[in-house]
Structure formats: C-alpha cells, structure tokens
Design a binder for this molecule. Sequence first.
Ligand SMILES: CC(C)(COP(=O)(O)OP(=O)(O)OC[C@H]1O[C@@H](n2cnc3c(N)ncnc32)[C@H](O)[C@@H]1OP(=O)(O)O)[C@@H](O)C(=O)NCCC(=O)NCCS
Length: 169
Amino acid sequence: MTIELRPLTAADAQAHCAGEDELTVRWLTGGYGTVEGTIEFFEWLAGNADARVGKRGFGIWKSGRLCGYIDYNPDLDDGLDPDDVALAYAVHPWARGHGVAVEAVQLVCDVLRAEELGTRAAIRVEPENSASVRVAQKAGFSYLRDFPSNRDTQPDGTPTTFSLYLLDL
Ligand SMILES: CC(C)(COP(=O)(O)OP(=O)(O)OC[C@H]1O[C@@H](n2cnc3c(N)ncnc32)[C@H](O)[C@@H]1OP(=O)(O)O)[C@@H](O)C(=O)NCCC(=O)NCCS
C-alpha cells in the first residue's frame, strides 16, 4: 500500500470533516469539527509549518483520496520528557484496518529524523483504545508506563489515564 502525507488546505476541509466518526470524537477530538473551524485550524497549521514551530499536521492520502490525519507536537509535555515529540492521528472509517495509521506514523517519524526534531516519538493512548495501542505496537513503539494526565479529564472529573509508548528516533 502506498500512502502519502501532504499539508492540508481549505479545499480538504469538507473531506476531513466527513471522515470523523464517534471513535474519532471519543479518542481524539472530543467533538465534531465544522468546515469553517477546520479551515481555520488548517491555516494555523500552515503558519506553524512556515515558522517551524509547534504542532505540525498532515493529511494522509491513499490512492489520491484523503483518508486520515496525523500530527506531531514537540511542545506537548503532559507525561512526556522535553525531547519527546507527541504524535496523534485518525483514519477515516472506510480506510481503517489496512495499516494506514502504522505507515503514517512511520512516515512522520522519518520527517522527525530528517528535521532532527526530538530524540523520541511518543504515542499517548488510553489503554481501552485497542486499535491505537495496536498501531503503536505495530509501528515498533515500546510501552513505558501508564500515567494520569495533568490536562485531560474524564466526564466525572478524574484525570484521564494514558499509556505511553515511545520510539527512539
Ligand atoms: C486508531 C486508528 C487511527 C487506527 O487506524 P488504522 O489505519 O485502522 O490502523 P491499522 O489498520 O494498523 O489497525 C490497527 C488495529 O485496528 C483494529 N482494526 C482493524 N480493522 C478495523 C476496522 N475496520 N475498524 C476499526 N479498527 C480496526 C485492529 O485491532 C488492528 O490491529 P490488527 O491489525 O493487529 O488486527 C483508527 O482506528 C482511528 O482513527 N480511530 C479513532 C481515532 C483514534 O483513536 N486516534 C488515536 C488516538 S491515540
């Protein structure tokens, strides 16, 4: 399978939003996006890419069709060491189960190596999110520990527990 990572533009916002489902909301975004808000988000990502700071995001394309999203964030410090770079991703429902996320994670790690950014890539995943745990394992990441978030909470107010998976870059 050949997939490609490319920057996202306003023209991709509708397809990006159409690719969200309840799993995306539950495990990643916390809510469905609007096309307007998504265009603003993509413009913010483009500004970060130009300035080479903060979160950098990409669309994932398979056979010419947008099928997912992945980003890296060198600034996220919740449960991480200063040189860790956090990854986050989602694959559109129709494209799941074909290894897209694993390949996208590997491509982003190649970008981090090329940019000499960070010493470890980090995936923070709620232990119940078995599909994403599998992505971390299949991409070669090693489990380090579970930790309570100091940012994210459950609906009852208790801190979200994340499992931390790391890969040396
Ligand atoms: C997690 C996610 C990105 C995985 O993407 P993917 O491209 O389907 O990943 P893979 O094809 O490598 O499959 C990973 C695991 O997902 C599970 N899976 C397989 N088919 C699936 C399907 N049709 N639907 C959902 N999950 C599936 C399997 O357990 C698989 O592991 P296996 O190959 O050992 O059986 C995707 O399920 C998703 O977008 N989830 C919602 C957002 C999310 O959880 N993001 C991560 C936050 S930490």
